[in-house]
Design a protein. Structure first.
Length: 196
């Protein structure tokens, strides 16, 4: 993340995303596939690290192997197989986008960090090492079980997250960079999907 100065002189927290160039690796239609969609490929990959079926897939699009393939339905631009899309072709300043990515994994965490519990409370009155514990988890002799979905300790993060309505502050077409307000899920250099 970084920050830019807005038109009103306020500092705005933002994220810089490399959003291109993307190559059209497949165009799906209702007649052939049952639905309309466009598949885009991003990032370079060595041929020796690509499976033979995918090599044929990229050869049909007349492009080099790509690291990431993503399919978009309701694509509002008319494209053909093998076309290259730059960031300025799709996005403009002032647009609002949704960013999808895999959040950072935080490992096995307790209920205070994972769900925002307060813990059992005071350190006095007979409490011993209970400050960050979940407290009671069950009901009485009926139903004599713990309900499914009860918030407990467990693995946190590492999930698909969608951040909605991020404003495009700047488009840098020469470097295919997109500057969006706020934060996006994932670590540095991880892949994200940007939807309009």
């Amino acid at each position: 993340m970084t920050s830019v100065v807005g038109a009103d002189g306020q500092m705005v927290a933002c994220t810089v995303i490399q959003a291109g160039p993307c190559v059209v690796t497949q165009v799906k239609t209702k007649e052939t596939d049952g639905y309309d969609a466009v598949q885009l490929g991003f990032g370079e990959k060595k041929e020796k690290n690509t499976t033979k079926p995918l090599l044929g897939h990229f050869k049909k699009a007349n492009t080099t192997p790509k690291r990431k393939l993503v399919e978009f339905r309701n694509f509002d631009h008319q494209v053909n197989l093998g076309d290259t899309l730059a960031v300025a072709d799709v996005f403009g300043e002032g647009d609002f986008v949704d960013v999808i990515g895999t959040s950072k994994g935080k490992g096995f965490q307790g209920v205070v960090k994972r769900h925002g519990f307060r813990g059992v409370g005071e350190a006095t009155h007979g409490q011993h090492n209970r400050q960050r514990h979940p407290g009671s988890i069950g009901a009485c002799s009926f139903p004599s079980r713990v309900f499914k979905g009860l918030r407990m300790a467990g693995r946190t993060g590492g999930r698909r997250v969608k951040i909605q309505n991020l404003k495009v502050l700047k488009v840098m077409p020469e470097a295919n960079l997109l500057v969006v307000s706020g934060s996006v899920p994932g670590a540095r250099n991880s892949f994200v999907i940007i939807e309009k």
